[in-house]
Design a protein. Sequence first.
Length: 105
Amino acid sequence: MLDTREDKLLQRERLILLEIGDDRIDSASAFVDYMHEVYSFSKSSVWYNLNRLKCKGLLDFASRAEPGKLLELTESGRGYLSGGVLEKRELLGRYSYANLMTLNG
């Protein structure tokens, strides 16, 4: 389990893990587009977070050397979710509210 200060996840990384969940997504690019549309995150920010999560071993997706690989959580990523570390309602509510304020603001 992740326990050092460096390994703690950013809120956006936690949100990404929640959004992926048990899904197997056809491409990381499609997921980046989804996060941009739903949460208004910049695409570069989503790519940055995906790559950080991949480096931490919490998710996997295709690289140029491995085309066709699905975006999905690794066993460690699924364990992180099921371990009760993430508070889904609070985190999704926070970003949904922030997105609503941006649209209305």
